[in-house]
Structures are given as structure tokens and as C-alpha cells.
Design a protein around this ligand. Structure first.
Ligand SMILES: Nc1ncnc2c1ncn2[C@@H]1O[C@H](COP(=O)(O)OP(=O)(O)O)[C@@H](O)[C@H]1O
Ligand SMILES: [Mg+2]
Length: 414
């Protein structure tokens, strides 16, 4: 029920707009000596709890997490006195601990998940904390337990308003939270960014998964044939598992992480499976995860470059770039932001094919040629020469690889 912070969480919330900056600023701006409430609402798995934890970490503060439930009793939240071996002793609860921490360290956080699941009668101790900066301990004749005037206590409640809760949030209680930001599903590009950064997976993988997640969400809203929502949490978890497991378990992962989890019954599972099929989900992932299988390129016939050769290629290419820059100026090679113009690569391909071919051998170390073949169905070379189409593909999809290589060649870059 209660978790004491130890900075175990390595991941941080990625903001959709500037909601994190806003809340951080709000907490910073408010005067000392008060307990402030923030109510985050929105559908499950959108990062509400993570946002709260990331805020606490930003202040280097201790935080206590309470998982709201109707079983929760006021004594659990506040802490209570009991007689143990003939002596009275106090058992701390998250509220008393957080007050102590704030009094000692200046600031502390209490995070309450599903705050509407707490019974109304038990919301009272939070009420007095939020409006009068103290609690009245129920176990000791309502003795005051107080926040000192130099400290701040931040209570962040999270809830999903859409859910018909076991307990409604009391209006008077809700009023005591000063702001109530809504956290919803991110826009497509943002969700891809979140999935990529949090799971560490490839962008292409995240893109395929996010696309399907959005389609399933849309369907759920349209005709209720699917009742559970494909959350960002699920997107992230799927990306993590799939990218660290062998592709031979892909089918299992799709079934166990997506279909069985989202589908409440056979009908729902069928609807989900149909959407996945329609999007060629499994095929697309397979192509991405198992490029070797679909490849027609035989690797054994190719040479492996040794370092001395690499250096030779780099220095020859450097000469060519220098010549080009002298003849046509720097701006014909670089954009204002330092990226390389496509036109320049095209020129390079036309006049320095052989050198470029050697460079492509370097990209083979990264198996990019195989990835290219499997995702486009084309061979990366023709008559022993690399194709312009492959260069274009590298330029569009693997820009970073090409850029990094060019950085070695064109020191102007740095
Ligand atoms: N904006 C985001 N930034 C980072 N991770 C996110 C974000 N949204 C969702 N996630 C992922 O979803 C997981 C669950 O988030 P959580 O905070 O528990 O959601 P909620 O409290 O809204 O149900 C996170 O651990 C993370 O993997
Ligand atoms: Mg949560």
C-alpha cells in the first residue's frame, strides 16, 4: 500500500506540452507553510503517477505513494498509537511521515493513486491537511500534527474521472486541490517519442505499435466492441518486451501483451485480432525484427574492412568533399542547421561511386543493407555498384548514420 521513495525510478515523465514545467513552476512559486493539492485526471496509463514522481524527484524530495482503495482506513493513512509491550508507540503513516519530512527538509510529496477510491469518511484527514495544513490524529484524541510555516507539502492525487467510481470524490474535497490538469493520450509523434525513449526501442518499431494502438483506441470509442483502452503504458511495455526478446516469440507477445490483455471476452479478442491483421501488424514487425530471414544478400562473399582501409576511404572521401566545397561553396553541401543537402549526396553518388561503395561496406557492419533489402525488397547494389535508391533510403531513414560518417569526413561539421 505504501512505498517509500528511494529514487529507484530511473525513468522520467516526458511531457506532452509543458505540463511538467507548469506544475514544477507552480510548486516553486507558492508560498511556504502550506499544503498544496494537485489533482491529475485522465485515462489510465498516460503517465500521471510517473509525472507526480518525476515532480518529486525534481525537488529532490521524499515522496510517499498511497494506492487509494475503499479498504483504506484513516489510521493507515495518518499513522496510529498502540500499546506494545506495555509502552505506547506511534506507528507512522504516510501523512505523518511526509509532514515530518517536509518539516525537516523543506518539502515533501504524497502521491495518491486513484484518490476517488478512498472512502469519503477517510478523506477527512486529507481535507484538514489541504485546508489547514495539519491533521488531527484520530488515534490520539485528535491531537494536531502540523506542517511548520517554513515547509511545503505537495499532495498529488490521480484519478480517472471517466470511471464510475466506487466512491465519488467529495465536492468539498475536490475543491481543496488548487489545480486539476488533464493528462490525456499524447499525439502520435509524441507517443512514438515516449515509446522510443522509455523502452529504448527502434523508432520504426514504436511507430508500428503506436499506429495500431491509436486504431484500437478509435475503434473502442466508435462502437464499444473493445472496452479496454490501449494505453501508452501498454505501448511502452510491448516495445520493451518485443525489442529484448527473440523474434520467434513475437506471436506469443502479440497474443499475451495485446490481445489477451485488452480483450475481455472472445468477441473482443476477435475484434482486436482483426484490427491487427488489417494493419499487417505481425508481418511488419517480423520484417523489422528478422531482416536476415528475408534477405537475399549473401554476406560471406563480401570483404570485411580492416581499420587501415577504413581510414584510407575516409581520407579519399575527405579530399573529394574538400574539392566540392572549394568549387561550389560550403552552402552547397550544408544546410543552415548543419545537415547535408540531398543534392550533395546525389552528386557524390554520380562522381564518386567507387568511394561511396567502399563506404557502404562500412554501413554493412551495421547490417543496414540487409534492413534495406528486407523493408524495400530491393538489392542495395546493382552490377557491383551501390544504387542511388539505397543512398536515398539511408538519407531518409538512417540519416544519423550517414551524418556521423560525414562528420569524420567533413570536419566543418564540428
Ligand atoms: N508521458 C510519459 N512519459 C514517460 N512515460 C510514459 C508517459 N506516458 C506513459 N508512460 C509509460 O506508461 C507507464 C505508466 O504510467 P503511469 O504513471 O503509471 O500512468 P497512470 O498513472 O496515468 O496510469 C510509465 O511507467 C511509462 O512507461
Ligand atoms: Mg497511476
Amino acid at each position: 500500500m505504501m512505498l517509500i521513495s528511494q529514487n529507484l525510478n530511473k525513468i522520467s515523465y516526458i511531457q506532452q506540452n509543458d505540463e511538467f514545467d507548469y506544475l514544477k513552476n507552480l510548486i516553486k512559486s507558492l508560498e511556504k507553510g502550506i499544503c498544496m493539492g494537485i489533482l491529475l485526471h485522465g485515462p489510465p496509463g498516460t503517465g500521471k503517477t510517473l509525472l507526480a514522481i518525476t515532480l518529486a524527484n525534481a525537488f529532490n524530495a521524499h515522496y510517499y505513494i498511497i494506492d487509494g482503495s475503499p479498504d483504506l482506513d484513516r489510521r493507515d493513512i495518518e499513522g496510529y498509537w498502540e500499546i506494545f509491550n506495555g509502552e505506547t508507540q506511534f506507528n507512522y503513516g504516510p501523512l505523518t511521515r511526509a509532514i515530518d519530512d517536509a518539516n525537516k527538509e523543506g518539502v515533501s510529496f504524497i502521491i495518491i493513486n486513484e484518490v476517488n477510491a478512498i472512502r469519503e469518511s477517510e478523506q477527512i484527514s486529507l481535507n484538514s491537511l489541504l485546508s489547514e495544513n495539519h491533521i488531527n490524529l484520530i488515534s490520539k484524541g485528535f491531537e494536531r500534527y502540523e506542517l511548520n510555516p517554513k515547509s511545503k507539502l505537495v499532495i498529488i492525487g490521480t484519478l480517472n474521472k471517466g470511471v464510475i467510481g466506487i466512491n465519488k470524490l467529495q465536492e468539498a474535497f475536490e475543491d481543496r486541490f488548487i489545480v486539476s490538469p488533464e493528462i490525456n493520450y499524447p499525439i502520435k509523434q509524441k507517443e512514438i517519442e515516449i515509446a522510443t525513449k522509455i523502452s529504448g526501442c527502434d523508432t520504426n518499431l514504436a511507430e508500428i505499435v503506436v499506429d495500431v494502438a491509436r486504431q484500437i483506441r478509435k475503434q473502442a470509442l466508435k462502437d464499444f466492441s473493445i472496452t479496454k483502452i490501449f494505453s501508452t503504458r501498454l505501448v511502452v511495455n510491448f516495445c520493451i518486451v518485443v525489442s529484448c526478446m527473440s523474434p520467434k516469440f513475437l506471436r506469443h507477445n502479440i497474443e499475451n501483451i495485446i490481445i489477451n490483455k485488452l480483450g475481455e471476452n472472445q468477441e473482443e479478442k476477435k475484434s482486436i485480432a482483426m484490427i491487427l491483421d488489417g494493419k499487417m501488424f505481425e508481418e511488419k514487425l517480423n520484417r523489422l525484427l528478422k531482416p536476415e530471414e528475408n534477405s537475399t544478400v549473401s554476406e560471406k562473399t563480401e570483404l570485411n574492412l580492416v581499420e587501415a582501409e577504413e581510414q584510407k576511404i575516409v581520407s579519399i572521401m575527405k579530399e573529394q568533399v574538400d574539392k566540392h566545397i572549394q568549387a561550389y561553396s560550403k552552402t552547397s553541401v550544408f544546410k543552415k542547421n548543419g545537415d547535408i543537402w540531398w543534392k550533395f549526396f546525389e552528386w557524390f553518388w554520380r562522381y564518386n561511386r567507387k568511394k561511396l561503395r567502399d563506404y557502404i561496406k562500412l554501413t554493412r557492419k551495421l547490417r543496414l543493407n540487409i534492413l534495406y533489402s528486407s523493408s524495400t525488397g530491393k538489392n542495395y547494389q546493382y552490377n557491383g555498384e551501390i544504387t542511388l535508391s539505397y543512398i536515398r533510403w539511408l538519407y531518409r531513414h538512417k540519416n544519423q548514420v550517414l551524418m556521423n560518417f560525414m562528420k569524420i569526413i567533413c570536419p566543418i561539421f564540428n
